[in-house]
Ligand binder design. Structure first.
Ligand code: GUN
Length: 290
């Protein structure tokens, strides 16, 4: 039987720390505030935003959701985003993705100023992740830093390990590869043009899958002699409309040493990182007197 890397114990321990931080900020007259910009009514985005708000409020922060019309023009959208992030009471801000088609031309990575960019998408923040600086000091992309927190919590030392990342997005694949590199892993990034994915994954000590295909990664990708750790970043609906990851869970039970479940794995870790970023941003802005 393999070990299941649940987010719950990590989220609980982070919550204790973050609540203490909230009290400390409150004693200095500061209530951490997160403003979320949601355009239209994509059902998945609405669920994500609701969950983020619930978690932020549970920690003693304020969370305002700005729900904008699906048809909003680029000019109106940019004006709204800029007025929200200019408010000195706002410590953290993000635009829930995806955006509707008419806003396609906007560079979402540079939309939110770096010091309030709790998504960690801004080039200045991405650069911190890419240069291997200390995670705790910077606003690092949430899913990648959540994965590292998970590996740390369950005591996986990445030094000298072979990590195979599947997916090369700017939000997950590339930054998580760089964070693993900063932990002295040997990292391979695979993608849709990789010639023989199985050949790569079978050699890995740790596989991080951000493919986005339900139950794609089955036992044929694993090497059951290696006690592999498999991290599932996928959030997919299967043919019955059930939420599943990229991994075929029953195969993982038999062939992997450990794996993260969906739901209850990387998803909650991502929200956890968002909260850590919010409190970091609030602390920093407060120290600077902003
Ligand atoms: N949509 C899906 N994942 C994310 C994320 O991490 N941040 C934002 N802003 N939107 C998303």
């Amino acid at each position: 039987m393999s070990k299941i890397l649940k987010a719950n114990p990590i989220v609980e321990s982070s919550s204790e720390e973050l609540k203490k931080k909230a009290e400390s900020l409150l004693s200095r007259g500061v209530t951490p505030r997160l403003d979320v910009i949601l355009v239209g009514s994509n059902p998945a985005s609405m669920t994500y935003v609701r969950n983020k708000k619930k978690r932020a409020e549970g920690l003693g922060a304020i969370c305002n959701i700005h729900h904008l019309d699906e048809q909003i023009s680029t000019e109106e959208f940019l004006a709204k985003v800029n007025s929200i992030q200019a408010d000195p009471a706002v410590h953290g801000c993000f635009v829930q993705l995806p955006l509707p088609k008419q806003l396609d031309q906007i560079n979402t990575h540079q939309l939110i100023r770096a010091d309030k960019d709790v998504d960690g998408f801004h080039p200045l923040n991405a650069c911190s992740a890419f240069s291997g600086e200390e995670l705790n000091q910077h606003l690092i992309a949430c899913t990648p830093s959540g994965i590292i927190d998970m590996l740390d919590f369950y005591d996986y030392d990445l030094t000298g390990k072979k990590v195979v990342v599947i997916g090369r997005s700017m939000i997950v694949g590339r930054p998580v590869a760089m964070l693993c590199l900063a932990r002295n892993a040997t990292v391979t990034i695979c993608h849709s043009r990789t010639k023989d994915l199985r050949e790569e994954t079978k050699q890995a000590d740790i596989i991080i899958s951000a493919i986005g295909k339900a139950n794609f990664l089955d036992k044929s990708f694993l090497n059951n002699q290696k006690n592999q750790v498999v991290i599932d970043v996928g959030i997919n609906l299967d043919e019955n409309g059930k939420l599943v990851g990229d991994l075929k869970a029953e195969d993982m039970q038999e062939y992997a040493g450990a794996y993260s479940p969906v739901p209850g794995g990387v998803g909650p870790m991502t929200i956890n990182s968002l909260m850590k970023n919010l409190f970091k941003a609030a602390e920093k802005l407060n120290e600077l007197g902003n």
